[in-house]
Design a protein around this ligand. Sequence first.
Ligand SMILES: Cc1cc2nc3c(=O)[nH]c(=O)nc-3n(C[C@H](O)[C@H](O)[C@H](O)COP(=O)(O)O)c2cc1C
Length: 191
Amino acid sequence: MELLEAIDGRRSVREYTDAPVDDAVLRELIDAAINAPSAINQQPWAFIVINDAAKLTRISDQAKAHLLKASLAAPAHPFREMLNDPKFHIFYHAPVLVVIAAAEPTDWAVEDCALAAENMMLAAYAKGLGTCWIGFAQNWLATPDGKAALGVPATYAPIAPIIVGHPRRQPPPVPRKAPEIHWLGASPPKA
Ligand SMILES: Cc1cc2nc3c(=O)[nH]c(=O)nc-3n(C[C@H](O)[C@H](O)[C@H](O)COP(=O)(O)O)c2cc1C
């Protein structure tokens, strides 16, 4: 698949089949992730792969409760109703969650892990798989209980929780705002 085709076609997938994802394929996705650039080539990332449905449901429940507790101070929290719905699974029942965590607290660990995540999502799309970054999981995963659930030391910082699976259908295009561009010192290209 052409790179630009993958960049254009990748969408956040929220409906998955029950089909598992091969470990060998997940390893290929991680190999794509680690080809991302990283500041001073520090490659601070670690990958935690979870394909245990019961564990993913437990994490989903704990992450929802954590977000709801945190949102009590802000009753207008836009996702409150969704988070209160016992049927809402923050991982959409995807078969796999890959958490990209910073194993070292480097100055640019967040940027490095986010770049690795995008590589992984594009590579997954090129292989016919779906992905979605699940920000809902981040706050709880960063707690001591969350890190214990991931089996990582307290010094690790979970950055990018990415679900992976076989899409039930390809989501429609998601509109983009026109980019705000400031052309400085150069003529803008003619439309
Ligand atoms: C940092 C980050 C956090 C996100 N968190 C969630 C999330 O918790 N749940 C969800 O369904 N989608 C989540 N998304 C997906 C965005 O909603 C999605 O990328 C956006 O709507 C654009 O759609 P597209 O990815 O299909 O182009 C997240 C995306 C990013 C980059």
